[in-house]
Design a protein around this ligand. Structure first.
Ligand SMILES: [Zn+2]
Length: 345
């Protein structure tokens, strides 16, 4: 049995050298079009992310007695971020243009449903960290018209709008201040335009601000369960409950150090290390509130997953663990359709 699915987060567009690698395939990314088709991936959120020029310090330098504490990179000025965002957005647009109808930049739920029922592959444009958006939010109008439908207010960094959560283990996500006034204005404008807000990478105070000011269902596209892996990037039970109460979704991610109880980076872990987090969210807030949010091409993932072609194995594992066909269809696409119907205009 194989299942069509929508994936909530990948960094593939940053990792491919050009559109050919995405459309024709390559040996080094987790996702490309041939492997997506083979795996029944029908659509995904493609992150446009501007890396910090200084990179991350080596793991050894961030070790603590019982875990690690990576610092937040410096804020990234708009002059550094915009060229990257535009290069990556252009790459997505070109992928659609060069694909002979094989790739569609998704602008509506109808577009997404078309991809589920045809051979067309859907790319949902997502900006991870709003550094490319100016204080007057003019860039947001331009990006929306270009096809932007999802925005992470912050990556694990501070910007005009809010503060991201650094990677600390073990640690609460409650590190730093909440949204700025500009951040609240950004939430309002995203609600008005119909741009989904992604809570992954946001610190806890910022999370509660979005919960307070946003009128849309709450979505964390690539975050796991803090009770099972107490890294600062994961969601506490209270946050998971709030997402459920808003009729939103938690996107379970395959990032190794967000899965493992010990927060470690050894990728030799089974698929059950992922399904455990899925079951936890189902048991706590119900099957209507969990989706997949891989972080392919953005992180180290379990060897048992390998790349996009491992997702059918994960879904088969869920079936063996007792999930029905209907349950799996909710996790793979029906929950996304519901959330996006009430979020996009
Ligand atoms: Zn991310």
């Amino acid at each position: 049995m194989s299942y069509s699915f929508i994936d909530g987060h990948n960094d593939t567009i940053l990792r491919v050298e050009d559109t050919t690698e995405l459309l024709k395939g390559n040996e080094h990314t987790h996702i490309d079009l041939p492997r997506a088709k083979k795996s029944m991936m029908k659509a995904g959120f493609f992150a446009m992310f501007s890396p910090s020029p200084e990179g991350m310090p080596p793991f050894e330098e961030c070790k603590t007695d019982n875990g690690y504490e990576f610092p937040l990179p410096d804020p990234l000025p708009i002059e550094s971020s915009q060229p990257t965002t535009h290069r990556l957005f252009s790459r997505l647009i070109k992928a659609e243009r060069e694909s002979d109808g094989g790739v569609k930049l998704i602008r509506s739920v109808e577009d997404l449903e078309d991809c589920l029922h045809t051979d067309q592959f859907g790319a949902i444009a997502h900006i991870e960290g709003a550094e490319s958006i100016d204080a007057e939010l003019n860039a947001l109008d331009v990006y929306y018209e270009a096809g932007l439908r999802s925005l992470g207010i912050v990556w694990s960094r501070q910007n005009l709008f809010g503060t991201g959560v650094p990677y600390h283990f073990p640690s609460s996500p409650d590190i730093g201040e909440g949204l700025t006034d500009l951040g609240k204005a950004l939430v309002k404008k995203c609600n008005e335009l119909g741009i989904m807000l992604d809570l992954s990478h946001l610190n806890e105070k910022g999370f509660w601000d979005v919960a307070k000011y946003s009128s849309a269902p709450l979505v964390a596209t690539h975050s796991n369960v803090h009770s099972l892996c107490p890294i600062s990037r994961n969601l506490t039970d209270q946050q998971i409950d709030a997402i459920g109460n808003s009729n939103g979704v938690v996107g379970i991610t395959y990032v190794v150090n967000m899965l493992r109880e010990d927060g470690g980076i050894d990728a030799d872990i089974p698929l059950t290390s992922i399904t455990k987090h899925i079951h936890y969210v189902i048991d706590r807030i119900g099957i209507d509130h969990v989706v997949l949010g891989s972080d392919f091409d953005g992180a180290t993932i379990p060897e048992a997953m390998k790349d996009i072609t491992g997702v059918p194995l994960l879904l088969e594992q869920l079936r063996q663990e007792g999930l029905s066909e209907e349950d799996i269809s909710k996790i793979t696409y029906r929950n996304w359709i519901r959330v996006l119907q009430s979020t996009w205009k």
